[in-house]
Design a binder for this molecule. Structure first.
Ligand code: WT7
Length: 653
């Protein structure tokens, strides 16, 4: 499986030779100013991780000191043992009690156009009040709280309030369906849900509260639902269970001391797709995650006091957790949050926001960049974008053409681009250029962040020579790595540490070039990346077979110019069911209803059988080929095509 995927991925890999050195004027003002400075610090971080990370941690506030910076090894490494701290204190109080009290912490723009600016001082007040609301309904340290909201300041406040109490938040992306919420709520037995009436997206309203109501029909652990009133649209409030955010906050007292959390206490759970049907609840802890997100934000975005920082990711994904909330707020940045779609009311919305709020650091996904390119340069031309000084990308490999466009049209050939490679599991950037020090190569995530020891290896774990493709592993623990999968530590160990014993296996293929730059080649497992969102093929298959008319389903990813990968589903129907176009649409819609619109198959083909090996394994490679090259055309897929293919394989064996 691994080898098969690698060969496929490798053959599609572009070779790119252009190099873009860090601009001298940028480097002159940067935290890290040269490659040699990076090299020296990197070497120190690897030779003396305790010294390096201990110093980084000292830039934050601790209630009680740690005894040891790093204890143990994969998969049980612990960071800053016995140290006590609180992330909400480090994100908010530390600044509100100091020089940044009146600095804008959250600069929010609603899709309809309202703007709210919340200073660190004000945020301090809001977080304490909302933490008291949670306390008043009985939420305590260690309890799980689900959060299902759109992008509004209250979402960030909700997370910080949970962190303040030591309650473990579990954010469910607002685009997920009811079923996905109930699965996640039940997996970790959440005691409360925080949501809002509706959220705006592309001019219409997403009925978040109504979706929560539907989800909670299948949940017994939830005692309370807190509803933030965003639009004022009518919602159903359940007596004794549901309360309004604004009413509860008005009645709450203004002061709430932060809990002293142990460095290894859980901070949050975030579910992500794996290779089985059941999403994994990755658990991130307090101290190491704090230090890792703080230091990567500081160095990779080269944050300075006057930055206006905008990461366009939704807080429903790890990018939003680490680089909208915890990283930049620990750095005391002004963080821009935008509620809606990039093309509302028209295709220039992002550039209007950049100019209106004088954004200096802008971080988005390749899929968004490809959409901007498709919409046309005329949407960018009317804007100055002169405030920008640094650009970033994340989520999938960026194709060199998109990189060049970003560099030229948005960065005006002036701004370095940081291509940041990381995962829900890593918690923080693990490969990314330090922008004043490392020259960029379009399409490469460049070099490891401090303390991270990546290697490209064979499936036996042996290093491969430069230029060759292999599996990307990380040899040594870093502070922000997720510590476990909620309720299933054995799955954590087998998912990440059994493939290559002694190392963390990322699930990605990569090659390292002669200059030591890393080039990501895509997942080598059954995880696909659709518009920078990670989905398990098994998850979509499970949703399909849950439909009464479906007998069997196989789902694969195929390359897609806009989304990176598109979802192709092959479906066999129950005896006697007619394969109609209407049913095709019904099944695509069914998946959207079961998981969320992002999982809706782009292609769905009916077949009378799936190509399988003798041992009964679906031959996904064959299906990927079919979905990619179109040797079997969509609507005329017939039994014979697969019959022939299946037979061919049989004679192969
Ligand atoms: C997978 C992780 C953590 C960021 C959001 C996605 C792919 C992520 C890059 C990049 C090439 C990338 C990998 C990885 N990926 N960033 N800069 N270059 N590939 O988090 O949902 O946990 O997905 O996204 O395949 O394994 P995620």
């Amino acid at each position: 499986m691994l080898e098969e995927k690698l060969t496929e991925n490798f053959s599609s890999l572009l070779r790119e030779n252009r190099v873009f050195p860090a601009p001298a004027d940028f480097a002159a003002k940067a935290h890290i100013k040269s490659e040699s400075e990076y090299e020296a610090l990197y070497r120190r971080s690897v030779d003396d991780p305790e010294g390096f990370w201990g110093e980084a941690a000292s830039e934050l506030e601790w209630f009680a000191p740690w005894k040891k910076v790093l204890e143990g090894e994969f998969p049980d490494a612990k960071w800053f043992t016995d140290g006590k701290m609180n992330l909400s204190h480090n994100c908010v109080d530390r600044h509100a009690n100091g020089a940044l009290k009146d600095k804008v912490a959250l600069l929010w723009e609603g899709e309809p156009g309202e703007v709210r600016k919340i200073t660190y001082g004000e945020l301090h007040g809001e977080v304490q009040k909302f933490a008291n609301v949670l306390k008043n309904i009985g939420v305590k340290r260690g309890d799980r709280v689900a959060v299902y909201m759109g992008m509004c300041p209250e979402l960030a406040i909700a997370l910080l309030a949970c962190a303040r109490l030591g309650a473990i938040h579990s954010v469910v992306f607002g685009g997920f369906a009811a079923h996905a919420i109930s699965d996640r709520v039940n997996d970790s037995a959440c005691v409360a849900v925080i949501t809002q009436d509706t959220s705006y997206r592309r001019g219409s309203e997403i009925k978040l509260k109504a979706i929560v109501d539907e989800a909670l029909q299948k949940c017994t652990s939830v005692q309370h639902v807190i509803v933030y009133q965003r639009s004022g649209s009518p919602v159903n409030m359940v007596e004794g269970r549901d309360l309004w955010w604004h009413e509860a906050v008005a009645a709450a007292s203004a002061e709430c001391a932060p809990e002293w959390m142990d460095a290894e206490d859980p901070l949050y759970i975030l579910y992500t797709s794996g290779t089985t049907g059941k999403p994994k609840g990755l658990v991130h802890t307090t101290g190491g995650y704090a230090v890792g997100t703080y230091l990567t934000t500081k160095y990779v975005f080269d944050l300075r006091p006057d930055d206006v920082y905008w990461c366009t990711a939704d807080i429903g994904w790890v990018t939003g957790h680490s680089y909208v909330v915890y990283g930049p707020l620990q750095c005391g940045a002004t963080v821009v949050m935008y509620e809606g779609a990039p093309n509302w009311p028209q295709n220039d919305r992002f550039w209007k926001i950049v100019d209106d709020h004088q954004v200096t650091v802008f971080y988005t996904a390749p899929t968004a960049i490809r959409a901007f390119i498709k919409w046309g340069d005329q949407w960018v031309k009317g804007y100055s974008l002169a405030s920008l000084r640094l650009l970033g990308t994340v989520g999938e490999p960026i194709n060199p053409e998109a990189w060049m466009w970003y560099h030229r049209e948005i960065g005006k050939e002036r701004c370095p681009i940081v291509d940041t490679y990381w995962q829900t599991e890593t918690g923080m950037h693990v490969l990314a250029p330090i922008p004043g020090a490392i020259a960029a190569k379009p399409g490469s995530a460049t070099k490891p962040f401090f303390g991270v020891v990546p290697e490209v290896v064979t499936k036996e774990g042996d290093p491969v020579p430069a230029g060759q493709g292999g599996l990307l592993v990380i040899r040594k623990p870093w502070p922000a790595i997720a510590r476990t999968i909620y309720g299933d530590h054995a799955r954590y160990v087998s998912s990440y540490f059994s493939e290559i014993p002694g190392s963390y296996f990322t699930g990605d293929g990569a090659r390292r070039d002669e200059d030591g730059y890393f080039w990501l080649m895509g997942r080598v497992d059954d995880v696909i990346n659709v518009s920078g969102h990670r989905l398990g093929t098994m998850e979509i298959e499970s949703a399909l077979v849950a439909h009464g008319k479906v007998a069997e389903a196989a789902v694969v990813g195929r390359p897609d110019e806009m989304k990176g990968q598109a979802i192709a589903a092959f479906v066999t129907l129950e005896e006697g069911v007619e394969p109609t176009d209407a049913l095709k649409q019904e099944l695509r819609q069914w998946v959207a209803k079961e998981i969320g619109a992002l999982a809706r198959p782009d292609d769905l083909r009916f077949t009378q059988m799936l190509p399988k090996t003798r041992s009964g394994k679906i031959m996904r490679r064959l299906l990927r080929e079919l979905a990619t090259t179109g040797t079997v055309s969509g609507d005329t897929t017939t039994l014979e095509d697969f019959g022939v293919l299946a037979k061919l394989k049989e004679t192969d064996e």
